[in-house]
Design a protein around this ligand. Structure first.
Ligand code: GRF
Length: 367
C-alpha cells in the first residue's frame, strides 16, 4: 500500500491501524488550504512534530464552495492536494465532500486532532468535536502565525489590483486604552484595505497603548493631561483637542476607546466626521461595560456598533454593526474578547466607507 500521497478514507483508516500496531500516532487536521501561506506551513510543521503521520482532510471543491461561496476555491482540489503533499510535514491527503469532516473522523479515528489557533476547543464544530471524543482523539489547538490568512491574502491582492479611487483619508485617533482597535486600523492601512493615513494620535492617558503604537510608527502624537473627573472633559480641553485636530487637517476623528465624553467644541467642528466604536448592538446597552450589560440582561446576542458621535451619548447614526452570539458559559471577559475581534473587523471597513464617501463628495463639489 502506498504510504504517502492521496488516500481514500478506507486507505487512511488502514494506515492509522498500521501506525497503531507500530506504536505510532496519526495526526489529523482538516481545512480548505486554498492559498497556502506561511501560517499553514508553520502550523503543519508543528503538527508533524506531534506524531508520525500527518493526514489532512481536504475539503473538496464542492465542499469549499458550500462553505465559502461561489468564488471559492481559487484552486481545484487536485492542485490543492498536490501542493500540500509537496510539504515535508504532510504525509497524506484525503479529499472529503461534506461541509464538515465528521464522517471522515469517524472512519479514520485519528490519534490526535489539531486545529489552528483562531479556534478554541469550544468553538470547534460541535459534531466534529463529538466525533473526535467518540473515537478518543486528543485535541490540540496550535498557535497561528499572526496576520496570515487566506482571506488577508485575498484582500491584499484585491487592494493591489484596485487603483486607489481617491487621496488617503486623513485620520486622527483618540483613545485611552490598549489600542487594539488602533492596531487593527493600522494593519488595514498596511494591507491596503483602508486607504488612509493617521496624522495624529491623542490620548488622555500618558502610558496608553495608543500612544506607544503611534510612537513606534512615528505618527505625531500627544498626551493631553486632562485630570479632573475620569470621564470629564473641560471646555478648555475640548478646545485644545479641537485645535489640534484642525491643525492636523483631518477628515475623520476616530474614537478608539476614548473614555472621555466629547462635547460641542469638537462636535461642531467635525460634525458627521467623528466615529466611535461601541461594544453592543446599539441602541441596546449604551454607556460603560456594554458587554456586561448584555450578559446581565440575559440577551442571546450582542455585538459591536460603529456610529457617528453627536451630543447625545452613543446615539448618533449607526454606520455598521455585527452580531456576536452569547454563549451559555460566557463570562464578561470571554464575551468582551469576542466582541473586540468583531470591532477590529468592522471599524476599519466603516472608516473606509465613511471616509471615501466624504472625499468623493468633496471631489464632486470641486468638479
Ligand atoms: C472597546 O471595547 C470599544 O468598544 C470601547 O473601548 C474599547 C477600546 O479597546 N469603545 P481598545 O483600546 O481598542 O483595545
Amino acid at each position: 500500500m502506498e504510504h504517502r500521497g492521496i488516500l481514500r478514507a478506507d486507505e487512511a483508516a488502514n494506515r492509522r491501524d498500521e501506525l497503531a500496531r507500530e506504536g505510532k500516532q496519526l495526526v489529523f487536521t482538516n481545512g480548505c488550504f486554498d492559498l497556502l501561506h506561511v501560517g499553514h506551513v508553520r502550523y503543519l510543521n508543528e503538527a508533524a512534530a506531534l506524531g508520525d503521520f500527518v493526514l489532512i482532510g481536504l475539503n473538496s471543491d464542492r465542499s469549499v464552495t458550500s462553505l465559502k461561496g461561489p468564488s471559492r476555491p481559487i484552486h481545484g482540489e487536485s492542485d490543492r492536494a498536490e501542493t500540500l503533499l509537496a510539504l515535508r510535514s504532510v504525509d497524506g491527503v484525503c479529499v472529503f465532500d461534506d461541509a464538515r469532516a465528521t464522517a471522515l473522523i469517524r472512519t479514520i479515528r485519528p490519534h490526535l486532532y489539531v486545529k489552528g489557533g483562531d479556534y478554541q476547543i469550544d468553538s470547534l464544530d460541535p459534531e466534529e468535536r463529538a466525533a473526535l471524543e467518540e473515537v478518543g482523539a486528543e485535541i490540540r489547538i496550535l498557535p497561528l502565525a499572526p496576520a496570515r490568512s487566506t482571506s488577508l491574502t485575498l484582500q491584499k491582492i484585491t487592494a493591489a489590483e484596485t487603483p486607489a479611487p481617491h487621496r488617503p483619508i486623513r485620520l486622527a485617533v483618540l483613545g485611552s486604552g490598549t489600542g487594539s482597535n488602533f492596531q487593527a486600523i493600522l494593519e488595514s492601512i498596511d494591507r491596503g484595505t483602508l486607504h488612509a493615513e493617521v496624522r495624529l494620535a491623542l490620548s488622555d492617558v500618558a502610558n496608553s497603548g495608543i500612544l506607544s503604537l503611534a510612537q513606534s510608527r512615528q505618527i505625531p502624537s500627544a498626551h493631553i493631561a486632562l485630570g479632573g473627573k475620569p470621564k470629564g472633559l473641560a471646555r478648555s480641553a475640548q478646545e485644545e483637542i479641537r485645535d489640534r485636530l484642525l491643525d492636523a487637517d483631518v477628515d475623520l476623528v476616530i474614537l478608539a476607546g476614548f473614555m472621555r465624553v466629547i462635547k460641542s467644541p469638537i462636535i461642531e467642528a467635525f460634525r458627521g466626521r467623528i466615529l466611535n466604536i461601541h461594544p453592543s448592538l446599539l441602541p441596546r446597552h449604551k454607556g460603560l461595560e456594554a458587554w456586561r450589560q448584555a450578559l446581565e440582561a440575559g440577551d442571546l446576542e450582542t455585538g459591536a456598533t460603529v456610529h457617528q458621535v453627536t451630543e447625545e451619548i452613543d446615539a448618533g447614526e449607526i454606520i455598521a454593526q455585527k452580531v456576536v452570539a452569547i454563549r451559555e458559559d460566557d463570562t464578561p471577559e470571554s464575551l468582551h474578547q469576542r466582541i473586540h475581534r468583531v470591532e477590529h473587523e468592522i471599524f476599519p471597513i466603516a472608516i473606509a466607507n465613511v471616509g471615501s464617501a466624504l472625499i468623493e463628495k468633496e471631489q464632486d463639489a470641486r468638479d
